[in-house]
Structures are given as structure tokens and as C-alpha cells.
Design a protein around this ligand. Structure first.
Ligand SMILES: Cc1cc2nc3c(=O)[nH]c(=O)nc-3n(C[C@H](O)[C@H](O)[C@H](O)COP(=O)(O)OP(=O)(O)OC[C@H]3O[C@@H](n4cnc5c(N)ncnc54)[C@H](O)[C@@H]3O)c2cc1C
Length: 416
């Protein structure tokens, strides 16, 4: 089934009876060339690129629940490539470029909207840091503009310019950044992968690995044993638990991150705004809800829900920068389990078990990385070599003393 304007018109005139399921619901086969564990954004993107770019025909995605039940369906939908460090910025800019052609490529409306992101700065030192970041972005081929206070006021006159504690000094603007509909991304990749012959198997939890002579032979699942030549694990917040089945302890902690959406309002915020003196980011969905979030809850947890101190912190930050937020009613909030790495940067690498590969450590910023992460992981799984933009995301970088500490927070997963 191909989506296009004519088809939409035809279905609209004939009662929408012609739409079929977006992907098949196959039973697992006894064996595959490559198994991808985790049907989140990264796992589905990996399977899509394995089949579409790297010509892998015998691929399956194993998902313990339903597609979109993890962080891919829980995030605040922000996509951007405003990173500083050489190990990170080219990768995220590669992702941004993939976002720009994604919907045409997989023929699905993921509502990619390049509405811009503005990072506010509140001190002279922070403005200098943003100038440096902007220059690093430009060097990597991304776009960046430094706005002064008047430039920010022209875009968002209702921000709190009278706040003496957090004066708005300016902001770093990336116009090509924005938002995308998170479920649409999962569905688009799932449909695209399915059309290329990938088996997407839901309600199939991986409960163990069969490892023989130091090499992976397949996985134990709630739907029986499935053999594989290679296994790629992309289970985000469940990374610690799943890799423990292979006897591995990783430099990753699982933490809760909450998100919030207000009642539907008339258009007020046409981009993404981040507060620079606390942790708060906000955009407005096409339905009108203000979608916002802040810091992780700060303790280790596998629960997909958080607690009130983080709610209070997010509300305080929001009110400090956007006082009008206090007049909006909160519609709902939810939580997701994030895979916080020790330096805040991801891992896309082989493991000491031959044939077993890992994609993890996305912290609370992996949605924007979905296309590049899938592409780079597929590259690694298919060729055995890291993709050019992901050479720094090695598992042994902690042992080698080569962390990619984007925030400069040190080995503190709760601070990244
Ligand atoms: C509240 C919140 C807000 C966020 N906001 C942003 C944002 O604005 N921008 C941004 O870039 N990032 C954001 N993120 C981070 C981003 O959502 C994640 O980094 C990213 O989605 C993780 O990759 P994924 O999509 O593959 O994860 P998931 O969707 O969590 O996929 C992992 C999948 O693995 C499955 N799984 C687990 N164990 C097993 C098993 N044993 N067997 C089989 N399957 C298993 C899970 O069910 C799950 O579906 C946010 C995260 C949260 C929680």
C-alpha cells in the first residue's frame, strides 16, 4: 500500500475501507541471519536500513510488548543536531540530514517539522559557551545562529525578560531542528522494514542468549528458541537487564524521565525553547498541547513512571522562563526508562561475545538519533565495521579513558 494524495482522496470518498495493516504479524522462523532485539525506534530503524541499504534479507525484530511501548512513544519529540564534541556532532548532523528526507524515503507521514530550537542563555559565560558550540556545529556542516536579547524578544516576547535571577542574554538558534511525531517514526520504520521482508514479531521477550564457544548462536524467547548468526540489542532502558543474560555488566544506569502535556491551546510557541538556567524544554504539538519536560528523576529505576519532586522541579523551571504556563491546565504526564551512560554519550559497538552487538546509552536524547543510530548499527551488523560517524561510540572508551563527556559532568549518569 502506497500513501499519496490521490489515495487519500479516494479513501476519503469511499469510506476509508481500503487501508490495511501497516505491517504483517508473522510467527517467528526457526532461524534468521540477523535478529534485532527491541522494537523501539532504534531497533526498527536498524532493521529498516539492514534490509533497504545493506541488502540483508533474513532479519527479524523481536519486541517484548507492542511497537512504540517504550521510549520511542514517550519522548518529547525534539530533534536537533546542536552538539559540541567531535565524537558527537557529525553523528547527530548525519541524523538531521536523514530526518530531512525520511518521510519521502519510507513513504509515511512522521510529521517531521523543522520549526527550530532556541537554547536560551542567561550569563555572559553561557553565551561564550553557546558561541563555541555554534561554531563547532558550523564546522560540522550544521546550521547555527547566535541571537542577542532583542533577537530572542522578537521571536518570543512573552518569555520572562523581567527575571533578575535568570536574565535572558540571548540564545543559540538552530532553525533546521524541530519535532517529529514519535509514534509515526516507529510506524514508518516498521512499515518500511516489513515491506522489505523484515519479520516484526511483537509480544516476544528475549529471556536469554545461547552462547557457544564465545559466539552467539541465537536467543531464548517467550515464543521459543530462535537461532541467529548475529544479534543486535537495542532495548534502551532495559539494556542492563537484557545484557545481564549474556553475563555483561555495562557502564549504564536506568533512570526515569517524565514528560508533560497541557490542554490544547491556540498557537503560542512555534518552535522549541529550552531554558538555560535549569532543565526545561517546551514545544507545542499540532493539536495545541504544550509538550514539556525537564530533568530525570535522579534515582535508578525500571518503572515507566516518576515521582512528584521532578514534577515540582519542571513546574518551577517552566514558571521561571514562561510564566504564562501557570495558566494552562496539565492534561497528562508519563515516564520512560532511559539508559543513562557514564559520559552521557551512546554506545554502538560489538561486544566481547562474537556476533553479539550493542546499541545503548541514549540517555534522554536518543529520539533525534533514531535515523543515524539505525543506520550506523545496521552498518556495524552488516559489515562488522563502525560507520564513519559513530567511530567514537565504542564500549571500551571508558576503560581507555576516552569518554565523550558532552556536558562536562564527569562519570555521573544522573547529571548528563
Ligand atoms: C519522557 C522522555 C522524553 C524524551 N524526550 C526526548 C526528546 O525530546 N528528544 C530526544 O532526542 N530524545 C528524547 N528522549 C529519549 C528517547 O526517547 C530515547 O533515547 C530513545 O527512544 C531510545 O531508543 P528506542 O526508541 O529504541 O527505545 P525504546 O522505544 O524504549 O525501545 C526499546 C524496546 O526494547 C523492548 N525490550 C526491552 N526488553 C526487551 C526484551 N527482553 N526482549 C525484547 N524486547 C525488549 C522494549 O519493550 C522497547 O519497546 C526522551 C525519553 C523520555 C523517556
Amino acid at each position: 500500500m502506497q500513501f499519496n494524495g490521490l489515495r487519500l482522496l479516494w479513501e476519503g470518498l469511499t469510506g476509508h475501507k481500503g487501508w490495511g495493516p501497516l505491517w504483517r504479524d508473522p510467527d517467528p522462523k526457526p532461524e534468521y541471519d540477523i535478529l534485532v532485539v527491541g522494537g523501539g525506534g532504534h531497533g526498527l530503524a536498524t532493521a529498516y536500513y539492514l534490509a533497504s541499504i545493506f541488502g540483508q534479507a533474513r532479519v527479524a525484530v523481536l519486541e517484548k510488548g507492542w511497537l512504540g511501548s517504550g521510549n520511542i512513544g514517550r519522548n518529547t519529540t525534539i530533534i536537533r543536531s546542536n552538539y559540541l564534541l567531535p565524537g558527537n556532532e557529525p553523528f547527530y548532523e548525519f541524523s538531521m540530514k536523514l530526518w530531512e528526507g525520511l518521510e519521502q524515503e519510507f513513504n509515511f507521514n512522521a510529521m517531521v517539522s523543522q520549526r527550530g530550537i532556541l537554547n536560551l542563555c542567561h550569563s555572559d559565560g553561557q553565551r561564550d559557551a553557546f558561541r563555541r558550540r555554534g561554531n563547532a556545529m558550523l564546522l560540522a556542516g550544521a546550521d547555527a545562529e547566535l541571537l542577542d536579547r532583542d533577537g530572542v524578544r522578537a521571536m518570543y516576547p512573552y518569555l520572562n525578560f523581567a527575571n533578575a535571577r535568570f536574565p535572558i542574554k540571548g540564545g543559540l538558534l538552530q532553525r533546521r531542528a524541530g519535532t517529529a511525531r514519535h509514534d509515526g517514526v516507529a510506524w514508518g520504520y516498521a512499515r518500511g522494514a516489513d515491506r522489505k521482508g523484515v519479520d516484526i514479531i511483537q509480544n516476544c521477550e528475549v529471556t536469554g542468549f545461547r552462547i557457544d564457544g564465545g559466539a552467539v548462536r541465537g536467543v531464548e524467547t517467550t515464543r521459543g528458541y530462535i537461532g541467529a548468526k548475529k544479534v543486535g540489542v537495542a532495548v534502551a532502558g532495559s539494556t542492563g537487564r537484557v545484557m545481564a543474560h549474556a553475563g555483561m555488566r555495562l557502564p549504564i544506569e536506568s533512570h526515569v524521565l517524565q514528560a508533560f502535556v497541557s490542554e490544547g491551546l491556540k498557537p503560542i510557541i512555534d518552535g522549541v525553547i529550552t531554558f538555560g538556567a535549569g532543565h526545561f524544554y517546551v514545544s507545542q504539538s499540532d493539536k495545541g498541547g504544550l509538550v514539556f519536560g525537564g530533568d530525570i528523576d535522579g534515582y535508578n529505576s525500571y518503572a515507566q513512571r516518576g515521582n512528584l519532586p521532578a514534577v515540582e522541579d519542571v513546574a518551577e523551571c517552566g514558571m521561571a522562563i514562561l510564566p504564562a504556563l501557570g495558566r494552562a491546565r496539565l492534561l497528562r504526564s508519563w515516564g520512560g526508562t532511559t539508559d543513562m551512560s557514564m559520559d552521557g554519550s551512546p554506545i554502538i559497538d560489538a561486544t566481547p561475545v562474537q556476533g553479539l552487538y550493542l546499541n545503548a546509552g541514549w540517555c534522554y536524547g536518543g529520539f533525534k538519533a533514531t535515523p543515524a543510530s539505525g543506520y550506523a548499527f545496521a552498518h556495524l551488523l552488516a559489515t562488522g565495521r563502525p560507520h564513519d560517524t559513530a567511530t567514537a561510540f565504542r564500549l571500551d572508551r571508558f576503560a581507555r579513558g576516552c569518554p565523550i563527556d558532552e556536558n562536562g559532568a564527569g562519570a555521573q549518569p544522573n547529571l548528563h
